[in-house]
Ligand binder design. Sequence first.
Ligand code: AMP
Length: 240
Amino acid sequence: MKVSLRVRAGFAAGGAVSNVAKRFVKAIVLFGSPGSGKGTQAKLLTDCLGIPHVSTGEMLRDGIRQGRGVTPKTAAKMQAGILVKDAVVDAMVEERLSRPDAANGFVLDGYPRTLVQAEHLTGWLAERGIHEVVIHLAVDYNIIIARLTGRRECPRCGTLYNVVLRPPKVDELCDLDGEKLVRRDDDREDVIRARLEAYDRQTRPVLDFLRSNGGRVIEVDASNDPPEAVFQKIGRAMEN
Ligand code: AMP
């Protein structure tokens, strides 16, 4: 399978489309700690590029909501902020990437998170001649804790808010569909600390692995800028 997708839209602020250099991108891996803004950037990228957003966290939460494919043991691990088994997520991602809508490319969010997963993914990509582009969103941990404790999500459309940084127009209600916003079970401070610890110990080494494997890694400082400005930085870096 030859996967080549064109970065066909711009990354200008406010949704304006600029004439971005035409680039061929094989697969995008959004990398960063919990709360670094991967989900938001993934949504902006997928809207812009017309390729699917593959979030392992969302797939697992969907499985729990719909009562299929996720065992109680896996759900309990997620609630405690612990990583679930590699074999579970590897199989889930492989099945997702094999669907037709991913044939032109995809944005991976929250995967790979361990060296075992990284080896699985790079093997899968190499078999298909696909080269990944890794975007590393670097954010200070104190900012992350403030972000995650204030994070709210619309259970219907998935739009993300932050009670301090990006509040909805009406308190606790989604701007788009009026649904009552919810806080994720794992956005409590003790669980956030467990998730950051898991990130430091198990996920951070994955970046070095991807780098040494020959993947292109784009470093983006995402600590202080609003999402649109981070998106512009990503666009500029991808143009180079
Ligand atoms: P996220 O929404 O990406 O922060 O993921 C929420 C939770 O789902 C994590 O804390 C893990 O328990 C689980 N999870 C998501 N992606 C993975 C992965 N690639 N490997 C292992 N566990 C994962």
